[in-house]
Design a protein around this ligand. Structure first.
Ligand SMILES: Nc1nc2c(ncn2[C@@H]2O[C@H](COP(=O)(O)OP(=O)(O)OP(=O)(O)O)[C@@H](O)[C@H]2O)c(=O)[nH]1
Ligand SMILES: [Mg+2]
Length: 357
């Protein structure tokens, strides 16, 4: 039977990067793998990126797995019927929590003939642990954002300290101590999708399966949870820029990524960009001021046009993000580009109403 690994963890914590690296590793070991992305909107960088990486990639859009449980289940069934993978890795929306109760438990209790749930891994961003999480009170959370992140860490039985390549030994040790304080029953892993550190051991353990006993539900106040999610504006858009001459895609990506250091946007939890050109593409992310490229087949040379796919989740209203994108496009026009085929949607996540509550 197809095995399922579900990934949770806050926005930008490294879920997609992990999913893509893990899927490639498992495929190298001879397994057939499919992946499922999830988002509140559509036009998803994550789906396009994983597809571009050669993976059998699917998505549940327009709401999170918990609120769209029937869609998630239908997608699982369709993927299994059409592709018959050994493993499905599914990535939840980063601002989601309570997945153990609303997704894992129902799958294990009512749908064990569809899929064998093996692991629910919650990624904890190693970089955020060094900065933001030290300033928050996750042990006795009171602010909505604290409540959400604290719950994500506390509900999980497997915590994955991500981006370990950016941490030294002392930082890793300190972070693990802190995670233990927050959730003493969880099994902890340290992992880097960039270097591969810890990945194989984690995957091996995941496929064997972790105990999925979530009968002692970790409580969360849904009103506070809704408030935490609604603090973020959500924007997904795409457009094509065309040059009369030629352009190096790097010269487009750099100012675009730097533009997110705009205080009007508030805290940019994650801005991800896919630049698609006839020569290849690249994905670049901005997480809490940290810019990093994930190679696909980075276009080397000059091109005449670039498709830009942009997903932003930031602590401001969607209207502020829309205005920001308009100013980016105005700057691109001033540089001599023609802009066409602009489509976008933006929203504030609506209060979570899980199918299984
Ligand atoms: N250095 C380093 N960077 C990483 C690692 N994993 C992910 N990243 C970077 O972190 C950024 C966000 O990674 P994603 O995988 O897109 O994060 P995500 O959790 O899927 O984000 P959302 O889907 O928006 O919630 C990207 O720039 C990645 O390159 C890692 O192990 N090491
Ligand atoms: Mg992702």
């Amino acid at each position: 039977m197809t095995k399922l690994i579900l990934l949770g963890g806050f926005l930008g914590s490294g879920k997609t990067t992990f999913m893509v690296k893990a899927a490639s590793l498992l495929e190298q070991q001879g397994m057939k793998v499919s992946v499922i992305s999830n988002d509140q909107g559509d036009t998803l960088v994550d789906t396009m990126y994983s597809r571009w990486e050669g993976l059998d990639s699917h998505e549940v859009s327009g709401g999170c797995f918990c609120c769209r449980f029937p869609d998630f289940l239908d997608t699982l069934k369709a993927v299994i019927a059409e592709t018959g993978p050994d493993v499905i890795i599914a990535e939840a929306v980063g601002s989601c929590t309570d997945l153990a109760a609303t997704v894992i438990n129902p799958l294990v209790s009512f749908h064990q003939d569809t899929v064998e749930v093996k692991a629910y891994l919650s990624l904890v961003d190693g970089l955020r642990m060094q900065k933001e999480y030290l300033e928050m009170d996750l042990i006795n959370p009171s602010l909505p954002g604290e409540v959400l992140i604290s719950h994500q860490i506390r509900e999980s039985e497997v915590l994955v300290l991500s981006k370990s390549d950016l941490l030294d030994e002392a930082q890793c040790g300190k972070s693990l101590d802190y995670l233990k304080q927050l959730n003493s029953r969880a099994i902890n892993f340290v992992c880097s999708s960039r270097t591969g550190e810890g990945l194989e051991a984690l995957l091996e353990a995941s496929l064997k399966g972790f105990p999925l006993d979530f009968t002692d539900r970790v409580p969360i106040d849904y009103q506070v949870y809704a408030e935490a999610e609604a603090a973020y504006g959500w924007y997904n858009g795409s457009w094509t820029i065309e040059s009369t001459g030629t352009v190096d895609p790097m010269d487009v990506s750099f100012p675009l990524m730097e533009s997110f250091r705009n205080p009007e946007l508030g805290e940019v939890a994650h801005a991800k960009v896919l630049l698609v050109t006839p020569l290849g593409g690249m994905k670049v992310s901005f997480v809490m001021g940290h810019i990093q490229a994930d190679d696909i087949n980075v276009p080397e040379g000059e091109v005449k046009e670039i498709r830009i796919v942009l997903n932003i989740r930031s602590a401001c209203s969607p209207q502020v993000i829309e205005k920001h994108v308009e100013s980016v496009q105005a700057a691109q026009k001033e540089e001599g580009f023609t802009i066409r085929d602009y489509t976008w949607n933006s929203l504030v996540p609506s209060p979570p109403e899980p199918y299984y509550s």
